[in-house]
Design a binder for this molecule. Structure first.
Ligand SMILES: *Cc1c(COP(=O)(O)O)cnc(C)c1O
Length: 477
């Protein structure tokens, strides 16, 4: 051990001393006594560990402990789930909470959360009602299906449908559709847990109707199609359409299920995007069961929606596991309000943030980028260089993986920060600003930044950079 280290270890303060030195802060922030003690203890321990590890020792050991303890308390007292500014341009960003809700949905959540409601109470009869009936008619109307059920998420919807309709029996899926979605949802794994027996047919790039036909036997329950959400096979490919699958299933007493993943209720080609089949298209093609997410392209809360044939849905509703995947009242409120907006497609496109961001006109994005850059530049952060560029944003959420939406970004560069240094500083800001690095340049794609966030964003960027630069100067002096 270096003499310097043992000297510094001796200078480590005691817990009581540190607590009294931090008394003002603890009082001001109303940090509970036990929490404060815990944080101070951890700060002493981590400083001790650092000294023992032999890295660069702090000049003032006592000060280092106080700073560490204060930062631990600050962290413990603030919320863990925080708002962030999404400058990634990925509209349905699973790590950043997927869809932002429409104002109408927020209002409904507020109503449902702040008072009692008829969640499971039939106001007409005064008897017990079903929470599911609150959105079933809307879903039927919007998709053309005979029946509908909403559960916790689409993974749950797939699981519950397979378990109910195919447990102990074979489900035939093309090898090209055995997809893994981020966060460990894998079709084969979910299928195994549901008790259904996966039968893979075809090859990665080509599957033909005859492949399914050959695999069908007396223990087959279902033909399943899964949306290849987050990838695309290009080149020498062939797949069997949903309509063809339905044709194969007919007269054989087999069910056809489609996991649509994102599941749009609206044809997005009117926004200049590639044509994605809508939920209604799948129902019309003859699928018995269609499942999709509530918080992907639909732009609502986290939910899994199952629509399809009435007898299939009846069986699913009766499965006791449906209760374990039950949707809560806040989600239901947000979902109903979001679905109502779809009755008028123009309203949906303008009021549902996910759709509004996807369909934002180029001109508006360019103007937003200009305004953001100007606001940042006005802050005159020393050494900060801003710029603008045209870039491509993504829909995300496993929708349209090949589609790049023409967008605009603001670039931020600083002489004393690398692109990843800039990324780190802004990620640590309050609120955190999340951007992306493209060709060694840090950029904020304005597609996912709300007009109302621009002033806050410019203030946050300037504040975080000024802080960082001031800190550096201090460390240098
Ligand atoms: C996203 C997705 C899922 C999972 O949906 P969650 O709502 O996230 O549970 C399942 N299947 C496909 C094809 C998907 O794209």
């Amino acid at each position: 051990m270096k003499a310097d280290t043992s000297e510094k270890l001796r200078l480590l303060p005691g817990v009581d001393w540190a607590l009294s030195a931090l008394e003002d802060f603890i009082h001001k922030e109303a940090v509970p006594r036990s929490l404060a003690t815990q944080c101070v203890r951890r700060a002493v321990e981590s400083t001790r560990a650092e000294l023992l590890a032999g890295g660069q020792a702090p000049d003032d050991v006592k000060e280092a402990v106080l700073v560490a303890a204060q930062s631990l308390m600050q962290k413990a007292m603030g919320p863990n789930l925080r708002r962030v500014i999404n400058g990634t341009g990925v509209v349905v960003h699973t790590n950043l909470g997927r869809s932002v809700l429409a104002p109408q949905a927020l209002e409904a959540v507020n109503m449902a959360a702040s008072g009692y409601s008829n969640l499971e109470f039939d106001l007409a009869t005064g008897r017990r009602g079903s929470r599911y009936s609150l959105v079933e008619d809307l879903l039927k109307e919007l998709t053309g299906a005979q029946a509908a059920l909403v559960v916790n998420n689409n993974a749950g919807a797939v699981f519950l449908s397979l378990m109910t309709l195919a447990q102990g029996r074979k489900v035939i899926v093309s090898r090209g559709e055995l997809v893994e979605i981020g966060g460990s949802f894998r079709i084969p794994d979910v299928m195994a847990r549901s008790g259904a027996i996966l039968t893979e047919v075809g090859t990665t790039n080509r599957t033909h109707p005859a492949d399914y036909e050959k695999a069908i036997d007396e223990n087959t329950a279902m033909l399943m199609k899964a949306h290849t959400s987050n990838f695309a096979v290009v080149g020498f490919t062939a797949s069997v359409s949903l309509a063809e699958l339905c044709n194969l299933a007919k007269n054989r007493g087999l069910l056809v299920m489609e996991d649509l993943g994102s599941g749009s209720l609206m044809d997005l080609s009117c926004f200049g995007l590639a044509k994605e089949p809508t939920v209604g298209d799948s129902v019309a093609a003859g699928a018995d069961i269609v499942t999709f997410s509530g918080d992907k392209l639909l732009g609502g809360p986290q939910a899994g929606i199952i629509v399809g044939r009435a007898d299939c849905l009846d069986a699913i509703k009766k499965n006791p596991i449906a209760r374990a995947l039950r949707i809560d009242k806040l989600t239901l409120a947000a979902l109903e309000a979001t679905l109502r907006l779809y009755r008028d497609p123009e309203k949906a496109a303008s009021q549902i943030p996910t759709l509004a961001m996807i369909s934002a006109p180029e001109k508006a994005l360019a103007a937003k980028a200009r305004s953001l850059e100007a606001k940042i530049r006005k802050k005159a952060v020393p050494g900060l260089k801003t710029g603008r560029l045209s870039t491509g944003s993504r829909v995300g959420g496993g929708a349209l993986p090949l589609e790049s939406l023409k967008s605009f970004g603001v670039t931020l560069a600083h002489q004393s920060l690398s692109a990843s240094g800039m990324e780190k500083v802004l990620r640590a800001a309050s609120p955190p600003v999340i951007g992306r690095i493209e060709q060694d340049t840090f950029i904020l794609d304005v597609r996912t930044i709300d007009k109302n966030e621009i002033t806050l964003l410019a203030d946050t960027i300037a504040g975080a950079l000024n802080n960082e630069l001031a800190g550096r100067k201090e460390r240098l002096s």
